[in-house]
Design a binder for this molecule. Sequence first.
Ligand code: COA
Length: 160
Amino acid sequence: MIGNDIVDLKLAAKESNWRRKGYLDKIFSKREQVIILSSENPEVMVWNLWSRKEAAYKIYNRLTGIRKLNPIDFECFEMELLIGKVICVDVIFYTKTKITKQFVSTVSVLNPSDFDKVSKINPKGVYKINGIPFYMDFFKNIKPASISHHGRFTERFSIV
Ligand SMILES: CC(C)(COP(=O)(O)OP(=O)(O)OC[C@H]1O[C@@H](n2cnc3c(N)ncnc32)[C@H](O)[C@@H]1OP(=O)(O)O)[C@@H](O)C(=O)NCCC(=O)NCCS
């Protein structure tokens, strides 16, 4: 299983005023808010945590079929700068995040050994069932895939 999320930092800065009263309370636990507000770059930390939640959400959605979820139900924990875990109900997701000046991108998996098998995929091999993406490889093996678009960026991954 795989999930991913990318945030275009330029677009996020334009679209989302995360400093607005009540915004953080809707999305982040008190513990996550402390991490954000005490970070050297709170803005990037907002999107860092957000992308982890969204990447985990995509796996949770595939597992349960549930589409509408509250971001606050996904809690980031055991966070280091670029790796960590997210929990929702009793499911633990493992995350790896990449941060550049332009974007924040997270991939999540259920089994940490899968990180070694995560690969970018050719859009031509992607098809969707009920809105959820799959990837058919050269040998016609079908694997779960994950896609994210934001602003200038698109990423597509599968576990190959
Ligand atoms: C998937 C969702 C989170 C959209 O995310 P988004 O940040 O607006 O957009 P993204 O580009 O990252 O995701 C859209 C892509 O995800 C893909 N996707 C949808 N469900 C997926 C899943 N379960 N696993 C992997 N990929 C999935 C879609 O194929 C889509 O790409 P496409 O337009 O090329 O088909 C959507 O379900 C949503 O907006 N839900 C409501 C908000 C919510 O509940 N968020 C949870 C917070 S934890």
